[in-house]
Design a protein around this ligand. Structure first.
Ligand SMILES: Nc1ncnc2c1ncn2[C@@H]1O[C@H](COP(=O)(O)OP(=O)(O)O)[C@@H](O)[C@H]1O
Ligand SMILES: [Mg+2]
Length: 246
């Protein structure tokens, strides 16, 4: 069980996260939904310390506690060895090949070296069906291929939790299915995940739990069936009606 407590984050006078508490069970898949601008991305970024929360703690399964109010230096790498993130716009390093993008994380976060790295990279490329793309640069890959490399990079360190921020929002419709399939496989393999997504059907199918965020807080969380079919808050019903219309 990963325990996330009281994450607070402001940008200047704008209070974006107003105290987020979330328990994530081992192997649990949680989808985070909610209107644009409510802090979903900021929340995931805080969990991985890509944003620095003013307050909050995270406790991992191994008992390791990270207090965001006093994090820095080596502790940041240690935190990031527990979690890794997949972004909407892939965020691959343009000047590194696909293989190097995956390897970098292993070297930096896990301090792996040599053959160990090469073998792991080859294995991940095979898993993604991209073994022939190792030496290609991101610009030589389609969006779907880039996102699969980004997922492989995130998987490489065998993180306790994977964080997906709208992983299919930048993809052409025909590529969405493929990438969702990769995430579905991870879920079946009991990878613990937080997924911010607008793919409501996918969220309902793949999640153990759904969290609805609004105004920097969690408004409601529960069983996907309950959230999608009989949410307690009218606000959620309104949101779902809007999303389903589009
Ligand atoms: N780096 C930043 N600097 C200033 N404001 C930011 C920054 N990142 C996000 N915000 C603001 O924080 C709010 C929440 O953004 P975000 O977490 O991206 O929302 P969501 O992912 O739910 O759409 C928005 O009002 C956004 O403009
Ligand atoms: Mg976002």
């Amino acid at each position: 069980m990963i325990k996330i407590r009281d994450i607070r984050k402001s940008f200047g006078s704008l209070e974006v996260l107003r105290g987020i508490d979330l328990d994530v069970g081992a192997g649990e898949v949680i989808s985070i939904i909610g209107p644009s601008g409510t802090g979903k991305s900021t929340f995931l970024r805080c969990v991985n310390y890509l944003e620095e929360p003013e307050e909050g703690t995270i406790v991992f399964d191994d008992g390791k506690v990270f207090d965001f109010s006093q994090l820095g230096g080596e502790l940041v790498y240690e935190l990031r060895s527990h979690s890794s993130m997949v972004f909407q716009n892939f965020s691959l390093f343009a000047n590194l090949t696909a293989g190097e993008n995956i390897a970098l994380h292993l070297r930096k976060v896990k301090k792996w070296r040599g053959d160990e790295v090469e073998e792991r990279v080859a294995g991940l490329l095979r898993t993604m069906g991209l073994e022939d793309k190792r030496d290609n640069y991101p610009r030589q890959l389609s969006g779907g291929q880039q996102q699969r490399i980004a997922i492989a990079r995130a998987m490489a360190i065998e993180p306790e939790i994977m964080l997906f921020d709208e992983p299919t929002s930048s993809l052409d419709p025909e590529l969405v299915k493929y990438v969702l399939g990769v995430i579905r496989k991870l879920a079946e393999g009991n990878q613990t995940m937080l997924i911010v997504t607008h793919e409501m059907k996918f969220a309902q199918e793949v999640s153990d739990r759904v969290v609805f965020m609004e105004g920097g807080r969690i408004l409601e969380e529960g069983d996907p069936k309950d959230i999608f079919e009989r949410p307690r808050h009218d606000r959620i019903k309104e949101f779902l009606d809007l999303v389903r219309e589009s």
